[in-house]
Design a protein around this ligand. Structure first.
Ligand code: ATP
Ligand code: MG
Length: 236
């Protein structure tokens, strides 16, 4: 479904990603890890079609393939943006910076729908609010919420779009307590089991529900293993 093929990304004079090659499939629940600065967020941005941003979003070498389409070769800038809106559920590492602090939890959660002028079922919203147990928060301004509560705004916003099947999440558990992290992990697992593909960056050593674990080191994959037992897929 989603693949990187010899992906190389240079920023300034440094190679941030170096020949990253991997094939990810529907049903995979992938935990991507590695030390700070190893290139995880950069890789996720490129997989999402967001690239470097700005005028030169493309990789310096290699390709990202989504269902056979080469995202940076076959699609225009506009088509990639559309992909991000319609197909990919992307949680950037700094998602909170895109929120409107004076608007409520609910308004911010629905922001993508408000911008796209799309309708959303009230029942779906209620179900999600119930599942996350955030009923008492939804009318509060986002600026008055805790860091973890703001993280829930971003996560719930992504889950609301029913047709999305590709979830790319940069540290979804950041600022969440362990109980909430486990709950979100369970939900992500279910999205993968329902035929989606979930790739998340995680600093948790143990991701018991992940079906595949990929480790980056200085921009290269140094370990790629599948469960159960996580046997290595590549010889190092
Ligand atoms: N826009 C940029 N300009 C300059 N350097 C950048 C830029 N974006 C990323 N880098 C560098 O690329 C490297 C990888 O960054 P990236 O954000 O992908 O790391 P990460 O693995 O997600 O780290 P963390 O765990 O801290 O989030 C870092 O050394 C970072 O300084
Ligand atoms: Mg990062």
């Amino acid at each position: 479904m989603l693949a990187a093929d010899g992906l190389r990304v240079r920023i300034g004079s440094t190679n941030i990603l170096e020949s990253v090659t991997m094939k990810l499939h529907r049903g995979d629940f992938v935990a991507l890890s590695g030390v700070n600065g190893s290139g995880k967020s950069t890789l996720l941005r490129f997989l999402a079609g967001a690239g470097k941003g700005g005028r030169s979003p493309k990789p310096d070498a290699g390709r990202v393939l989504l269902n056979g389409t080469s995202v940076y070769e076959d699609l225009s800038h506009r088509q990639r943006r559309q992909l991000l809106r319609d197909v990919v559920a992307f949680l950037p590492q700094k998602a909170k910076e895109n929120m409107l602090p004076r608007e409520t939890f609910k308004y911010n959660m629905l922001l993508p729908f408000i911008i796209a002028k799309k309708a959303i079922s009230a029942t779906r919203i209620d179900e999600l609010v119930d599942a996350y147990g955030v009923g008492r928060l939804i009318s509060k301004p986002v600026g008055s919420l805790s860091g973890g509560e703001q993280q829930l705004v971003a996560l719930m916003g992504l889950e609301l779009v029913p047709e999305k099947q590709l979830f790319l999440l940069d540290e979804p558990f950041a600022a969440l307590d362990s109980e909430r992290s486990d709950m979100v992990s369970e939900r992500l697992k279910r999205l993968a089991e329902a035929g989606g593909l979930v790739v998340m960056i995680s600093h948790r050593d143990d991701e018991p529900l992940a079906t595949r674990k990929i480790v980056l080191q200085r921009g290269s994959i140094v370990s790629d293993s599948v469960g159960p037992g996580f046997h290595s897929r590549i010889d190092l």
